[in-house]
Design a protein around this ligand. Structure first.
Ligand code: CDP
Ligand code: CA
Length: 513
């Protein structure tokens, strides 16, 4: 009998090398595909951008701002930013009381500029707002019908533009203060809820916001959240609910205490003690000389009460650059003789104790920036600011003019007064001590956006600031996909490892090892 032949066939292995290679290849391909999918899926889509336009019709000039934001994120905080500012040539709209139509025409160039900035197909969907401030408030007090004619002239011009006209109006001092406060806190990211840090309020100041100080030509505003103090006067009290948090805000707007009207107030006061119309003014540089019609001083409602029959028609003003005397002269325009509340700033206006940090913008910034007091990272101490203004005021006018040939004489000549006025207002008016001064930051721009009331105004009118915090997922979509891929890979790796350790296939015991 033939013995069964032992054939040369190899023993069958359960998982040959080839199968393992295929498995490895499939695994690697799947991993690569997963990562590639996650990356391509999360590539940012082309942005859908929205635009908005606000015109700030100030007492001295008009600025047009163009803002843009990604449409899908419009309720997030800090996403809207300024892409253009256009300064209208000529005076503010309140300066066109003699020819209101000209006020409308003056806006043409900046409207054209906005048309270039916003893509043509979006012109119709782009809202445009005009808000007029203290210059128009004063003109309305002086002559309501002229003020209305100026407003309808600018309204007609904006209606005829390709944009979506949403209104032209005189905003109140309270609104100006409130929207300035909203703007800077929005831009500084102070409304951002920090997620887990929300549960640790002690890490933030009580309100987590910054106060706002705005100085214009005809009015000035102070707005902040006081520290647990009741706001004793209703007209100074505002309540906001923003991104799920409540704010009790103090605000006051001093009409006539912008820097240009304040100078008029001071000069009108000085005139009372002048016999012959010549005035030695400590708030102007030595060697500076200016002649003014006394009637011009009294055209504003701010000075109208003091109008008197003067024996001269022209005022001859001569500077002598004496800072200390200038401060004393400015002090006279703040009436501190009465206060019906527990504490006041001046003119009997309630002011709670100053609290927290403050951002000071508009002319506060322009003047301090001119004096080179805004370039350092930390705030310049009050005594250094005082000595800088003092030194600047004492410089002869010829020397100053020669150093700054490109600055208009009218503006250059008034920086000494403006510097002294800012110090008087902040120190004597509001009570910023040397210590509290360190809490003031002079702000021109925050990121690409100018600090001012316009952005807050637009955010409010377009309902872009929700009262409640919008529901958000803990992770962004990209992080979510990335994390899911990572966890899946880890799971597969653990499974394979477990399989190898606890259920070692024979092939590994014999064939492969
Ligand atoms: N580059 C600039 C622009 C404005 N300014 C001044 O800043 C002030 C702006 O006031 P505004 O026109 O906004 O007036 P309000 O209506 O806000 O009172 C004016 O006194 C201007 O002369 C400045 O000092 N430097
Ligand atoms: Ca202003």
């Amino acid at each position: 009998m033939d013995e069964p032949k032992v054939t040369g066939t190899k023993p069958r292995t359960c998982c040959p090398r080839k199968s393992l290679l295929i498995l490895g290849f499939l695994f690697a391909s799947a991993a690569i595909a997963l990562v590639a999918m996650a990356v391509t899926q999360n590539k940012p889509l082309p942005k859908n951008i929205k635009y908005g336009i606000v015109l700030d019709a100030g007492s001295s000039h008009t600025n047009l701002y163009v803002y843009e934001w990604p449409a899908e994120k419009e309720n997030d905080t800090g996403v809207v930013h300024q892409v253009e500012v256009c300064t209208v040539q000529g005076s503010g709209i309140s300066g066109y009381s003699k020819d209101p139509d000209e006020a409308g025409l003056s806006l043409q160039n900046c409207i054209k500029r906005a048309q270039e900035m916003v893509p043509e197909q979006q012109h119709r969907d782009t809202p445009v707002y005009l808000g007029a401030t203290a210059g128009m408030r004063l003109l309305s007090l002086q002559n309501r019908s002229v003020a209305d004619r100026v407003l309808s002239a600018v309204e007609n011009m904006l209606r005829s533009s390709p944009f979506d006209f949403q209104g032209a109006r005189v905003i109140s001092g309270q609104e100006e203060g409130a929207y300035g406060w909203i703007t800077i806190n929005y831009l500084l990211g102070n409304f951002k809820q920090t997620g887990w840090l929300d549960f640790l309020p002690h890490l933030q100041s009580s309100s987590g916001t910054s106060g706002a100080l705005d100085l214009g030509g005809a009015s000035t505003q102070i707005t902040f959240v006081p520290d647990h103090e009741p706001i004793e006067s209703q007209e100074n009290s505002l309540h906001f609910r923003l991104y799920g948090k409540s704010y009790n805000v103090y605000t006051h707007s001093f009409l006539c205490y912008g820097k240009d009207q304040a100078l008029r107030l001071k000069l009108a006061g000085d005139l009372q003690s002048t016999q012959n119309g010549s005035l030695l003014d400590p708030c102007f540089h030595p060697g500076y000389f200016r002649v003014m019609n006394t009637s011009d001083l009294y055209t504003s409602p701010c000075t109208a009460n003091g109008e008197q029959q003067l024996p001269f028609r022209r005022l001859h003003l001569q500077g002598n650059g004496d800072y200390q005397v200038c401060r004393k002269a400015i002090q006279k325009i703040f009436n501190t003789s009465h206060c019906p509340y527990s504490s006041c700033s001046f003119n009997g206006i309630f002011l709670p104790p100053l609290q927290g940090k403050f951002g000071a913008f508009s002319a506060f910034y322009f003047v301090m920036n001119f004096l080179n007091l805004t370039t350092e990272k930390s705030p310049v101490p009050l005594n250094r600011v005082t000595s800088t203004v003092q030194r600047f005021c004492s410089r002869p006018w010829n020397e100053v003019k020669a150093e700054f040939p490109n600055i208009k004489e009218k503006y250059l000549s008034e920086y000494c007064f403006s510097g002294a006025y800012i110090l008087s207002l902040l120190e004597n008016g509001y009570g910023f001590t040397a210590e509290k001064w360190q809490n003031i930051q002079f702000l021109g721009k925050i990121g690409s956006s100018d600090a001012g009331w316009t952005l807050g105004y637009m955010l409010n009118l377009t309902n872009m600031i929700p009262a409640e915090k919008p529901p958000t997922r803990p992770l962004s979509h990209a992080s979510y996909v990335g994390l899911m891929v990572f966890c899946s890979l880890v799971l597969v790796a653990v499974l394979l490892l477990g399989c190898f350790i606890f259920h070692k296939p024979k092939c590994l015991q014999k064939g492969l090892i």
